[in-house]
Design a binder for this molecule. Structure first.
Ligand code: GDP
Ligand code: GDP
Length: 461
């Protein structure tokens, strides 16, 4: 059984050193697409018989204490939201510093499951710090030396209850007995599309004020009658809430609509844009909620475009459908407008819903799940290259200056969203139109509607 662990703490306590020790060379692909922000490193960790995903928040050495409130706090909060548990690292040689206290506070507020680690505790110099760490009130510190690999058995012991709790929780959600032999799909040999059982689908509902975001979310929560008790039920932290949406574990990211609203309209607009942007960064699938009476306003288009550029799967939901008289005609019209105004989201699902009556919510859920699946899709290399051959035969690349551009080989470099690399001669001379031809072909032939597809051309060498 697998889970996600975020390594958090102030700069220089040894987070990266520990990350590298746990992950070794099994680093996840780092996204180098422009416009895609991926500032949290992820890797697949191994510790004895445990396999888990680890999120690193390090790499912020340049950050001074002054901006701790800003970027670092946000990054940490995000890591905490994405993870099942946090490993809070302090430097045993330094003892507990005021900055450590700030982090402890973030973790307490987020109600995170915390394991405290006192790093650099090899030798005598660390002993005092380990005792000081008890004072944080976050449980018994695990003395570690990331650099020397000491304390790993203790860390393993501290992580075991979390692995067990996750397995149990998943069993509750999936309504089946804990499966104990599936962790073979993790680890080194596993393809990275291997499903992660029980990992909630990260969803953000964004849209203009009054589109109906809060109504929608309350409706989804309201229909959740099955779950009781704090563990299996709806949990809420500062920025997200987790729920089981008719059998689909989902983590919904907070936007303005989910919180108490400001009174002044102007402030509301600002808040909603900023929160919308933040929610998009957290999410895997972004639900852009439109008001059927006033769809595709500038603000709607901006947020949908942003979601695409950030590489998120997008589902468009048109709300307040109960108020529409000519439903069929209106839907056709909306689909046309959608294709024209958001060509970059070609094929993304458009679902009509009524948050008020609950109509269409089943279809919305299905659209979210399938958009997520497409976003995660991996095309086998052999099929991809057969396809490339056919594409070239059907329509050969141009020959600028009399020398034909040769496409040699294609491979899928990443998923989430799908990213492809095509090796060719003279990549710089390839016209955009031919790239679009390839991207549209990938979309159609491998059935990847609505997800952003990245295509990179590379020369030899
Ligand atoms: P980060 O800010 O959390 O990413 O910290 P780093 O992993 O970059 O480590 C900061 C410094 O602490 C580096 O010089 C590491 O070599 C050192 N360091 C990390 N772990 C240990 C340890 O267990 N013992 C000692 N003595 N130094 C360590
Ligand atoms: P938010 O600002 O996006 O969170 O929007 P709200 O959820 O507060 O909804 C704004 C207004 O639209 C409220 O008056 C809701 O009652 C109304 N509303 C939301 N969804 C629907 C719907 O499906 N049908 C109708 N007729 N009204 C809706």
């Amino acid at each position: 059984m697998t889970f996600t662990l975020a390594i958090v703490g102030r700069p220089n306590v040894g987070k990266s050193t520990l990350f590298n020790r746990l992950v070794g060379k099994r680093l996840a692909l780092v996204d180098d697409q422009p416009g895609v922000t991926r500032d949290l490193r992820e890797g697949e960790a191994r510790l004895g018989d445990l396999r888990f995903t680890v999120i690193d928040t390090a790499g912020l050495e340049e950050v001074t204490d002054d901006s701790l409130q800003g970027r670092m706090r946000r990054l940490t909060e995000r890591a905490v939201a994405e993870a099942d548990a946090c490993l809070f690292v302090i430097d045993a040689r330094m003892g507990v510093t005021p900055t450590d206290e700030v982090f402890a506070d973030i973790l307490r507020r987020a109600n995170a499951r915390v394991i405290l680690a006192a790093n650099k505790s090899e030798g005598r110099a660390g002993q005092a710090g380990v005792f000081e760490a008890y004072g944080l009130g976050l449980g018994e510190p695990v003395p570690l030396s990331a650099e020397h690999g000491e304390g790993m058995a203790e860390l393993h012991a501290a992580l075991m209850p979390i692995a067990d709790a996750m397995a149990e929780r998943r069993a509750v959600i999936a309504d089946e007995a804990p499966v104990t032999d599936v962790d073979v799909i993790d680890g080194e040999d596993a393809p990275d599309w291997a499903p992660r059982p029980g990992r909630p689908l990260q969803v953000a509902v964004v849209g203009r004020p009054n589109a109906g975001k809060s109504t929608l979310i309350n409706r989804i929560l309201g229909e959740e009658r099955l779950l009781t008790g704090p563990e299996a039920g709806i949990t809420r932290d500062s920025i997200s809430l987790s729920l089981d949406w008719d059998g689909v574990p989902v983590r919904l990211f907070d936007t303005a609509g989910m919180r108490k609203k400001a009174k002044v309209q102007d402030r509301l607009e600002k808040m909603s844009v900023a929160d919308g942007l933040r929610a998009v960064k957290f999410a895997e699938v972004v639900v852009v909620l439109l008001d059927a009476a006033i769809p595709f306003e500038t603000q709607d288009l901006r947020i949908a475009d942003l979601a695409e550029r950030e590489g998120r799967a997008v589902v468009v939901a048109v709300n307040k459908w109960d108020l529409e008289a000519d439903k069929q005609g209106r839907l056709t019209q909306l689909r046309e407008e959608f294709e024209r105004l958001l060509p970059q989201l070609k094929g993304a699902p458009l679902v009509a819903v009524s948050a008020r009556t609950g109509r269409g919510l089943d279809r919305l859920r299905e659209a979210v799940v399938s958009a997520h699946a497409v976003w995660n899709r991996r095309v086998p290399t052999a099929a991809l290259n057969r396809w490339l051959g056919e594409m070239v035969t059907a329509h050969p690349p141009p020959a600028p200056g009399g020398r034909r551009i040769k496409l040699r080989y294609a491979t899928q470099a990443k998923t989430r969203p799908p990213g492809f690399v095509v090796m060719c001669s003279h990549p710089d001379r390839m016209p955009e139109a031919y790239k679009r031809y390839l991207v549209n072909g990938l979309r159609l032939d491998f059935d990847m509607p609505g997800t952003p597809i990245r295509l990179t051309l590379r020369g030899q060498g």
